[in-house]
Design a protein around this ligand. Structure first.
Ligand SMILES: Cc1cc2nc3c(=O)[nH]c(=O)nc-3n(C[C@H](O)[C@H](O)[C@H](O)COP(=O)(O)OP(=O)(O)OC[C@H]3O[C@@H](n4cnc5c(N)ncnc54)[C@H](O)[C@@H]3O)c2cc1C
Length: 416
């Protein structure tokens, strides 16, 4: 069923009795060409591009919970492509371009809103680093503008420009960045993949891998064994747990990241702002809530909830940047499990086990990557070769030393 103004009118005249479920609820079949483990954004996008671009439709996505129960439905919805390093920037710019055409492509309203992402700088050194980053972005075909304090003031007059410790000097602006309704992305990809024949199977936990002669030929699940020629794992915060079942230890730690939402307010923040002197970022949802977040909780955990010290830490960043935020009441917070890799960059690669492929290590930045990650993982699964824009995301880089350490924090996920 295609969504359009005509289908809305048609349904309005028929009392909205003709809408169909957005995807089917099929029983798992005994075998598929490809199984994707994890029905988050990346798993669903992979299935969508496998069916839509590579013509492979005999595919199942196995999700242990319900669609949207993981990070795809828990993130703070920011998209951008403001990266510096060669291994990253072409990939994230590919993703931003895919976001730009996504709603038309999968015929679903995901509320893609290119409202601009502004990274503030507070010192001369930070300005120079942002100038370098902006130049790298432009060289890779992305947009970037280094703006001074006057222009930031014109956009956001309520920020604390004269803060005693960290006065705002200016910012790096990416106008094409913005936000997207996160669960709409899961639903749109699910609907698009399902309509091409992909089986999306909820409440089906992968509990082991079926190995024959050292090759992965399927999975053991809570709903029985299912065979496949290739298995792709896209389990985000649970990647280590899932791959442990194949005897693999990943260069990944799982950490909690929290998000916070205030009561609904009149529109005050048109874009996304990030504080350069601490880890704090903020935007305003279409319903009026201020949506903000900051650092990970800083300890290993598989719990989808956080603790109070980081709440205080994030709110301190908010108060330093925008003192008026202290008047707003916070109404909601939640946590998600981050798959923190040892250089802060992701992995899209085959594994040493034939037939088993891995998509992981997204840290706290994997939402913006969803379209390119799905596309590149589908390319790898379909062709056996890495996509050009994801060629640096190799699993063996932690052994070879070819790491992509965008933040220069080294193998310390707690510092990323
Ligand atoms: C609070 C917060 C804020 C964030 N903000 C941003 C942001 O602003 N911008 C940005 O780019 N990124 C952000 N992120 C990061 C982003 O959400 C993640 O990197 C990304 O969503 C991870 O990929 P995914 O969508 O596939 O993950 P998920 O949605 O977590 O998908 C993985 C799925 O695998 C399933 N699974 C796990 N184990 C099994 C199993 N054994 N069998 C079957 N299924 C299994 C899980 O149930 C889950 O549904 C944020 C994350 C959080 C938590």
């Amino acid at each position: 069923m295609r969504y359009s103004v005509f289908s809305i009118l048609n349904q309005a005249l028929r009392g909205n009795t003709g809408w169909k479920p957005v995807w089917r609820e099929p029983e798992p079949r005994p075998a598929y060409d490809i199984i994707i483990v994890g029905g988050g954004g990346h798993g669903l996008a992979t299935a969508y591009y496998l069916s839509n671009v590579y013509g492979i439709t005999n595919v199942a996505v196995l999700e242990k919970g319900y669609l949207g129960s993981g990070n795809i439905g828990r993130n703070t919805t920011i998209i951008r492509s403001n990266y510096l390093l060669d291994g990253n920037e072409p990939f994230y710019e590919m993703s931003l371009k895919l976001w730009e055409g996504l709603e038309q492509d999968f015929n679903y309203n995901a509320m893609v809103s290119q409202r601009g992402v502004l990274n503030l700088y507070h010192s001369d050194g930070q300005r120079d680093a942002y100038a370098r980053r902006g130049n790298a972005m432009i060289l890779n075909g992305a947009d970037a503008e280094l703006i001074d304090q006057d222009r930031v003031r014109a956009m956001y007059p309520f920020l604390d420009f004269d803060n005693g410790r960290f006065p705002i000097q200016g910012g790096l602006l990416q106008r094409r960045g913005g936000s997207v309704r996160h669960d709409g992305v899961a639903w749109g990809y699910a609907r698009g993949a399902d309509s091409r024949g992909v089986d999306i199977i909820q409440h089906c936990e992968v509990q082991g891998f079926i190995m024959e002669g050292g090759t992965c030929v399927g999975v053991e699940t809570s709903r029985g064994p299912i065979r496949a020629n290739r298995v792709g794992v896209a389990a985000a915060g649970s990647s280590s747990r899932v791959m442990e079942q194949a005897g693999m230890r990943l260069p990944i730690e799982s950490h909690v990241l929290q998000a916070f939402v205030s009561e609904g307010l009149k529109p005050i923040i048109p874009g996304v702002i990030t504080y350069g002197a601490g880890h704090f970022y903020i935007s305003q949802s279409d319903k009026g809530g201020l949506v903000f977040g900051g650092d990970i909780d800083g300890y290993n955990s598989y719990a989808q909830r956080g603790n109070l010290p980081i709440l205080e830490h994030v709110c301190e960043g908010g108060m330093a940047l925008m003192p008026a935020i202290g008047k707003a009441r916070m109404v909601r917070s939640w946590g998600g499990i981050m798959d923190m890799s040892m250089d802060g960059s992701p992995i899209i690669d085959r594994t040493p086990i034939d037939g088993l492929y891995l998509n992981a290590g997204w840290c706290y930045g994997g939402f913006k990557a969803t379209p390119a990650s799905g596309y590149c993982f589908a390319h790898l699964l379909a062709t056996g070769e890495p996509h050009d824009n994801a060629a640096a995301y190799r699993l063996d880089r932690f052994r070879s030393g070819a790491v992509i350490d965008e933040k220069g924090s080294g193998a310390q996920p707690n510092l990323h």
